[in-house]
Design a protein around this ligand. Structure first.
Ligand SMILES: Cc1cc2nc3c(=O)[nH]c(=O)nc-3n(C[C@H](O)[C@H](O)[C@H](O)COP(=O)(O)OP(=O)(O)OC[C@H]3O[C@@H](n4cnc5c(N)ncnc54)[C@H](O)[C@@H]3O)c2cc1C
Length: 503
């Protein structure tokens, strides 16, 4: 049995493990990862980490965060978060993170919703560097173990011990892990949608497990769409992203007539917040009967040098930043809602913590300010490490049930095909719930309950697989989103232009 099990190996999970292993070298930590350790959103992050320029910029960063969140952010959380940032950044730099500098001064990018440039970055692959720094350091610690391809799907607590049931995706068996302290750090839900920027691992498994423990998820309709994902004719998996920093450097959005349209929606135009831009793009697409708009970065000097990873990715699809208009579409990107927790990861259940994107601290309100999430996840990781370090009693118990391994029983071909078809249909409906103006689409989602009967029957008959669990999660999370839409029906996700523009 471990002292701490962390589900997730992104910035939140790795950051916590690393800090805790140093504060308490006697504590045994296990990190479970659904895929390889670098799968998930962290390594995909391009833009960077927003940090106030100096003390005098605190108020402005605060105001930008609140305005993006439509004023529905938790004020105390926003203040505490901003105050924690300088320490978090120096912690990362001491660990080897090297943000780009010009003449010894941070080269800060400008992103949507920010009054001034304040985003620290490593060219356009900040997340990759961040993940490598944390993962390499974790691998050097003798008290941290990382178990890859372990998909958690059920949590139980008995006699103050957590039991985590997983599907071992490599060995095709189920197994269990036990721990005194459990940390959920499993990222977002984007991969449930037909258009997403998220990795295939991001299917909200842990949110459903939290619901089964009686936790009520918060603000599930506050899902952010990134306005500029590359529109690919027949996508398999996630859509590649064109970082917001491109618009910060002057890239514009054009409709089918080659006209800029963002000024009609918000005075900040292409530097408005993501909710407003995504909604504007959907409106333009609808009125033009088009399936994308265009990003024009041709006027940016040395654009390929500033954005080498984006250029490389586009070249694979036959585009060049310097020469081409790039077709873009909004894609499911970031969950502002999730498991209610404070900035130290505490949930309402004892010895259960939630950190990073799966947690909802209220920092982002209805809509996250660009590049405020890698920092939130890392601040939470540091705080939670402090909290656990001061409270953990090392147990040194051996749990025999950890060695029980059971082979999986997969559904037949016909049922597998039905699972795939249902997943596609429901994913498309989930995307439409946000891209349509109204919640009118939602009643159609009711057929989700028929699908749930089918899934429950398979599980009841003893069948289990990743695809069964992910379809079940899609249905249950879809229903939560639908409910949240109804309860807050004027919000329609994070895309109500009229409300946001007034704040
Ligand atoms: C393309 C892209 C670009 C982005 N750019 C930026 C940016 O520039 N700045 C910014 O601040 N934010 C950005 N974000 C958001 C940011 O990257 C994420 O919010 C952040 O990385 C989340 O970190 P995390 O540790 O909570 O989760 P993740 O990094 O997503 O990690 C989740 C982990 O949980 C594991 N997991 C999931 N389910 C299970 C399960 N059932 N069992 C076991 N393990 C599981 C996964 O395998 C993974 O290891 C971007 C996101 C994307 C998708």
């Amino acid at each position: 049995m471990k002292d701490v099990v962390i589900i997730g190996s992104g910035v939140a999970g790795l950051g916590l493990a690393l800090e805790l292993s140093e504060l308490r070298p006697d504590v045994k930590i296990l990190i479970l990862s659904k895929g390889q350790a670098d799968a998930g959103s962290t390594a995909l992050a391009q833009g960077g980490m927003a940090v106030p320029v100096d003390e005098s910029d605190l108020e402005s960063h605060f105001n930008d965060t609140m305005r993006a969140g439509r004023g529905e952010n938790n004020l105390e959380t926003v203040r505490k978060f901003l105050e924690a940032l300088p320490h978090a950044i120096s912690n990362l730099e001491l660990r080897g993170m090297k943000f780009d500098k010009l003449n010894g001064i941070y080269d800060r990018h400008h992103e949507g919703g920010h009054e001034i440039p304040r985003v620290l970055h490593c060219k356009d692959s900040t997340g990759k560097h961040l993940h490598q720094v944390l993962l390499n350091a974790c691998r050097e610690k003798s008290n941290i173990q990382i178990a890859e391809h372990q998909m958690a799907f059920r949590l139980r607590r008995h006699d103050a011990i957590w039991k985590i049931k997983v599907i071992d995706l490599k060995e095709d068996v189920t197994r269990s892990y036990t721990t005194k302290n459990l940390v959920l750090a499993s990222g977002g839900i984007g991969a449930l949608f037909s258009n997403t920027t998220n990795d295939a691992m991001s299917t909200g498994d842990v949110l459903v497990m939290a619901m089964e423990l009686g936790i009520q998820l918060k603000d599930m309709d506050s899902l952010q769409f990134h306005p500029t994902a590359l529109k690919i004719p027949h996508p398999i998996g996630r859509l590649p992203l064109l970082t917001e920093a491109l618009r910060g450097k002057g890239a514009t959005l054009l409709n089918s007539n080659g006209q800029r349209f963002m000024y009609r929606y918000d005075e900040r135009a292409e530097l408005s917040t993501r909710d407003i831009i995504s909604k504007a793009i959907w409106d333009e697409m609808k009125s033009d009967h088009l399936n994308s708009v265009y990003l024009d970065a041709r006027s940016i000097n040395d654009v390929s040098e500033h954005f080498p990873e984006v250029e490389k990715m586009l070249n694979e699809y036959g585009f060049h930043l310097k020469d081409d208009l790039i077709p873009v579409i909004p894609a499911a990107h970031y969950l502002c809602g999730g498991i209610p927790a404070n900035l130290s990861g505490h949930t309402d259940i004892q010895d259960l913590y939630a950190i990073g994107e799966c947690a909802c601290t209220g920092l982002h309100g209805r809509n996250r300010l660009a590049s405020n999430s890698l920092t939130e996840a890392f601040v939470m990781a540091l705080n939670t490490a402090q909290s656990l370090a001061s409270s953990i009693e090392v147990v040194n118990l051996v749990d025999e049930t950890e060695h029980q391994v059971l082979p999986l029983s997969h559904p037949n071909e016909t049922d597998l095909k039905k699972i795939d078809t249902l997943r596609l249909l429901l994913s498309q409906q989930l995307y439409q719930m946000f891209s349509q103006d109204k919640v009118e689409i939602a009643p159609e989602f009711a057929f989700g309950s028929l699908s749930l009967d089918f899934i429950n029957e398979l599980i009841h008959e003893g069948y289990l697989s990743r695809s069964i669990i992910e379809l079940r999660n899609l249905i249950l999370i879809g229903q939560q989103i639908e409910r949240a839409f109804e309860e807050y029906d004027e919000s329609h996700g994070v895309s109500d232009v009229s409300q946001s523009a007034e704040l």
